[in-house]
Design a protein around this ligand. Structure first.
Ligand code: PLP
Ligand code: TYF
Length: 389
């Protein structure tokens, strides 16, 4: 019966949300779960999204089913943003998914359907949902070290060594930008080298692209995607709009699959629709329709870019401020996206919670842009104090 179910460890990031909410203190600093916050500490609905929702509400005259691929125009409008120079390549097919998680689910299941022997190479540490999702697709995982905690940068030697040991058909799971949890991204030369090894070893790149626009900028952040599309015949890209359109709970994402030919790409799409039919049948519409409406209207698209660039600017500002607080934190200015690992022990992390109501993951991962402007000095002082004890 149900009592025979094995015990589980809960998602530690989601458990942290509950812990923050349960703390009655009013001076809490939440650098736990990864959501963007503005200088006032809010996660607002973006202006262009708000306006597109208004227009949708006015114009929408039906909520009838759209079909398994969801909003096709949504996926089409994302192509130039996500695929850049490869947007017109008819060997690449895309479909709407429930968030980046839905795209990852489909991608891993698709891989398992054509090659159950494929192993998924993952740099550690990685996003805590990656391993269970790969295991859920019954794929074996091979770990290597992504992050060198002493150099506070990518352990590129370990990465290349791991990829060179992979068998043809194995999967290289890569973070396109804004590595979660370390903030340590590949340089352009390193991307070129990864693409060379992945192509030479005939591996399949699975690129998780959840934070486009939060790293170096919208166009710069797809550098790795473009280089791998240039080098490889088979590429999977799991995209999320949840961060860069701030529509988190609406679950907006897209999976792009590049096949060796347009015919094979179309055939792969029939399998993607079969896998999604077994899970959710059709993705939820509203968030993707809102993103589509933004991208389909020049005024809204332009305003989205302005606001996204301002969010990116705040991420850079917060990083510079924290980096300037202490030489031991200087590396934070060289990293990308919302997250970095702070050099703290679990005990120090727990003391920051109890003594300063500062909440970060046990690993020391902090969502730096979670700090409101008015809390930045207090955050820096508390972290530097913790480093000294
Ligand atoms: N991949 C990474 C690395 C993430 O951090 C996230 C965050 O949520 C996702 C995928 C999934 O995104 P979504 O919320 O759109 O499912
Ligand atoms: O890493 C994070 O904080 C974000 C949000 O199951 C998230 O990616 C965390 C856990 C989860 C889904 C999203």
């Amino acid at each position: 019966g149900l009592a025979d179910l094995p015990p589980l460890v809960s998602d530690s990031l989601l458990a942290l949300i509950a812990m923050v909410n349960a703390d009655p203190r009013t001076d809490k600093i939440d650098v736990g779960v990864g959501v963007y916050r503005d200088g006032a500490g809010r996660t607002p609905v973006m202006r262009a999204v708000k306006e597109s929702e208004r227009r949708l509400h006015e114009a929408q005259d039906s909520k009838s089913y759209l079909g398994g691929a969801g909003d096709r125009r949504f996926a089409e409008l994302l192509r130039p943003i996500v695929l850049g120079a490869h947007a017109g390549d008819d060997r690449i097919v895309g479909l709407q998914t429930p968030g980046g998680c839905g795209a990852l689910f489909l991608a891993l299941k698709l891989i398992a359907a054509f090659n159950p022997q494929a192993r998924v190479f993952m740099g550690t540490p990685t996003w805590p949902n990656h391993p269970p999702m790969a295991r859920g697709a019954r794929l074996e995982i091979v770990e290597y070290r992504h992050y060198d905690p002493v150099a506070r940068a990518v352990d590129f030697g370990a990465m290349i060594e791991a990829l060179e040991s992979a068998r043809p058909g194995d999967v290289a799971l890569l973070h396109a930008c804004c590595h979660n949890p370390t903030g340590a991204d590949l340089s352009e030369d390193q991307w070129r080298e990864v693409a060379r090894v992945v192509a030479e070893r005939r591996l399949i790149p699975l690129i998780d692209f959840a934070y486009q626009g939060f790293g170096r900028g919208l166009e710069q952040d797809r550098f790795g995607v473009e280089v791998l599309l240039e080098a490889c015949n088979e590429v999977l890209i799991t995209q999320s709009c949840d961060k860069n359109f701030a529509v988190y709970r609406d679950r907006v994402g897209c999976l792009f699959v590049k096949a060796p030919s347009a015919d094979i790409a179309k055939f792969a799409m029939t399998h993607l629709l079969q896998i999604s039919r077994e899970a959710w049948s059709m993705p939820p519409d509203h968030g993707a329709a809102a993103v589509r409406t933004v991208l389909d209207n020049a005024d809204l698209a332009a305003d989205w870019r302005v606001e996204l660039d301002a969010m990116h600017g705040r991420i850079r500002m917060v990083r510079e401020r924290i980096a300037a607080a202490d030489p031991r934190l200087a590396y934070i200015a060289d990293q990308q996206g919302m997250f970095s690992m702070l050099p703290l022990s679990v005990e120090q992390v727990k003391r920051l919670r109890s003594e300063h109501s500062i909440y970060m993951a046990d690993s020391g991962r902090a969502n730096l842009v979670g700090i409101a402007d008015g809390d930045l000095d207090r955050f820096c002082e508390a972290v530097v104090g913790a480093l000294d004890t």
